[in-house]
Design a protein around this ligand. Structure first.
Ligand SMILES: [Zn+2]
Length: 437
């Protein structure tokens, strides 16, 4: 063959390959909800090399290695749940740095969650153990609020020890793992002192990250108004905002003026549903008074996951049932929490952002949702997760919408995916074990 003809063939093949691979994965025809970019419309989403490559009314399917038709479904950024408890595996009983926690991967991708933030299971003394046991071994993106208690959330004996609440070593650990440690947590404190909040804020100021507060036992010496209007900084997060356990509603049934004043100052309000922190008799009046949460989160742990709280989608469903629009629910489960933890590369579908994408179905029917006291509220809509994509790869596919019918395959078929877009099937279609770092 003549050199010119050969190079022409090579050139043709190169452009052919390029055209074939503009996208590894292309989701077509879905209704995209991407608050950061102001999109709530039918769009195609193209993914290449683990990041969002294009979002447009139409992208050419011939330019994608894998095309998935998601028409009739909602396409959102991967859900970000900033209040979970996932320090499992230490073997410690009755401890959130142990048996009260759950391994994240079993509870995340199946409900569209791609990023979680552990809410204070570990303190500076045991964070590196948490990192080794959970963060480094999970497929879910796991971030952490570091407990201001050095020993973390290991029970009352530890969590009420004011001597173990030191800002300096906590801040040092946060600086060492900048980006992984996204804030400090103070929680479950039973005493009347302000010390836990003050130390957490001190650490937050040293490390320049927010504080998340579970305000513990209710004490007249430290009223919620003072917390929200004096003690916390703009950007700090008040979780369990509809628990009613600390006068979130005043005696007349109105949202505590301290909450409204705190919001004006820039304090963030997070749901943190949990096993004992969400009541209809608080949430419904608050919603009617237009006191909406900034972020929706689960407070996932062994005591909440089979109670009134089921999973992230269940908590989102509750806000749909209270009349919040789907767009408003999604922004509070994606872009808002991503901003709160200073991870603005997450929670959106901007070109170049990590391709964490969730495909949801809105089911209609007669559904019921229960609160911490077992009280029920009826609803007509429920979210179901059809597909979860994490860093550009399919990690969960409920109905096999990315998969070929088995009858169309060779008689001796094996893996059906391709490592470029598939992290489910072993071998060629994705490897088992921890992700490469
Ligand atoms: Zn919690």
């Amino acid at each position: 063959m003549k050199p010119i003809a050969l190079s022409l063939i090579v050139l043709t093949m190169a452009s052919y390959t390029f055209a074939q691979n503009r996208f590894d994965l292309l989701l077509t025809g879905g209704h995209v909800i991407d608050a950061k970019n102001g999109i709530s419309a039918i769009r195609d989403v193209g993914i290449k090399d683990g990041v969002i490559a294009a979002v447009a009314p139409r992208l050419d399917p011939a330019t994608a290695l894998k095309v998935v038709n998601v028409s009739g479904l909602y396409v959102t950024p991967g859900l970000v749940d900033i209040h979970v408890h996932v320090f499992a595996g230490t073997g410690e009983r009755n401890s959130y740095a142990g048996d009260n926690s759950l391994y994240p991967d079993g509870y995340t991708f199946r409900v569209g969650v791609t990023t979680v933030a552990d809410a204070g299971c570990a303190g500076w003394r045991n964070f590196e153990d948490f990192k080794d046991k959970i963060i480094d071994r999970s497929k879910t993106r796991v971030l952490a609020f570091l407990n201001i208690v050095g020993h973390g959330m290991r029970g009352g004996r530890f969590e009420n020890d004011l001597k173990d609440m030191e800002a300096a070593p906590a801040a040092e650990m946060a600086k060492k793992y900048k980006g992984l440690i996204v804030g400090f947590k103070t929680a479950h404190y039973a005493g009347p002192e302000w010390t836990p909040v003050e130390r957490a804020v001190e650490a937050g100021t040293l490390a320049n990250i927010p504080v998340m507060v579970d305000f513990g036992n209710d004490h007249p010496e430290r009223p919620i108004q003072d917390l929200l209007t004096k003690k916390l900084r703009p950007g700090d997060i008040y979780t369990h905002c509809y628990s009613g356990l600390r006068h979130e509603l005043d005696d007349s049934g109105h949202v505590n003026p301290g909450m409204i004043e705190g919001r004006k100052r820039g304090v963030i309000f997070d749901v943190g549903h949990g096993g004992g922190s969400f009541a209809w008799r608080v949430a419904v009046p608050a919603m009617q008074q237009k006191f909406l949460p900034d972020s929706i989160s689960t407070d996932l742990h062994i005591g909440s996951m089979n109670s009134g709280m089921k999973d992230m989608l269940n908590v989102m469903d509750k806000f749909l049932a209270m009349g919040m629009s789907l767009d408003d629910v999604i922004v509070r489960s994606t872009w808002n929490p991503a901003k709160e933890i200073h991870h603005e590369e997450l929670g959106n579908l901007s070109v170049g952002s990590p391709a964490d994408v969730t495909v949801l179905r809105v089911e209609t029917g007669n559904f019921g949702f229960t609160d911490m006291y077992g009280a029920r509220l009826s609803g007509k809509q429920r979210l179901a997760c059809e597909l979860t994509v994490h860093s550009g790869k399919v990690v969960y596919d409920l109905n096999g919408i990315t998969r070929p019918e088995w009858t169309t395959l060779p008689k001796d078929y094996r893996q059906t995916g391709d490592a470029a877009w598939d992290a489910i099937t072993p071998g060629r279609g994705g490897r088992r074990g921890p992700p490469a770092k």
